[in-house]
Design a protein around this ligand. Sequence first.
Ligand code: ATP
Length: 295
Amino acid sequence: MSDSIALKAYGKLNLLLDIVGKRHDGYHTLKSVFQSVSVYDLVEVELIDNKEIVIECDDESVPTDNRNLVWKACDAFFESTGIDFNGVKITIEKNIPSMAGMAGGSADCAATLVALNVLFETNLSETQLCDIGEKLGADVPFCIVGGTVLCEGIGEILTPLPDLEDCYFTVAKPEVSISTPECYKKFDNMIITEKPKTDDMIASLVVGDIKGVADCLYNSLEYPADCDEIRCLKEKMLENDALGSMMTGSGSAVFGIFDNKRDAKKCAKELEDDYSFCKVVKPVSAGVEILDYNL
Ligand code: ATP
């Protein structure tokens, strides 16, 4: 039997995303509460005899060449460990919507790094994997760690927070796609008066107060995104009893937060005919989960 490993790569929501500055190299610095959620891509990593990287994905819109973050993960892993390049085949079953602000590509990248660490028995620590991941994408370190995490810097300074429990999200994605670089560029030319309640959000997470969390949802990027479809979807979430609603990352997915599954499902039922992606998800405490392996 070949050496292979299958993993779940979980998507994320940003409960709070505050842009706090800009570095000399142009990267924006954040203070953001990330939450892993139960929608996941299935990633299978297999060692093959041909010395090549082969990527297969059931979503034709996802590139399967060196633009794919899992390809970059392989390159970075072999380079930083000094292991001779080996043939690797990666099969991705996509369930996390693309261009949604749910870190789909970053999650697959994180899963690939975790998989290679197991397959090659390199015993890299989580921190070492994050150091490799950080160079591949700002969300990758979070996707390796997962759970409920305060992310600072450009995403590389991670402080774990208590797991969010007894909470459900209805997530839907409008067809509109928002360009992340354009969103940040517009943000740079805006003055935003509404301030985030970051300390209150963290205090609510510590005591498990879902209503408190809902009151502190915030996303700096919603202002430059300035999009009717997003405003309309947030309103629909609130009309359907969400305790709060917000765009995640640079969008365009929007989530509503609920303290019970019944209301979250009722909301999803109301929205599902109008949105190609509409799903009830719950918080999970990992970014990557190993399912199965044959060594
Ligand atoms: P984020 O929340 O990190 O901003 P996103 O939701 O905006 O992520 P992704 O799903 O990560 O978006 O995909 C963004 C782009 O990245 C896609 O247009 C796609 O071409 C490219 N990409 C590279 N690797 C992958 C991958 N494994 N899965 C999906 N998209 C990928």
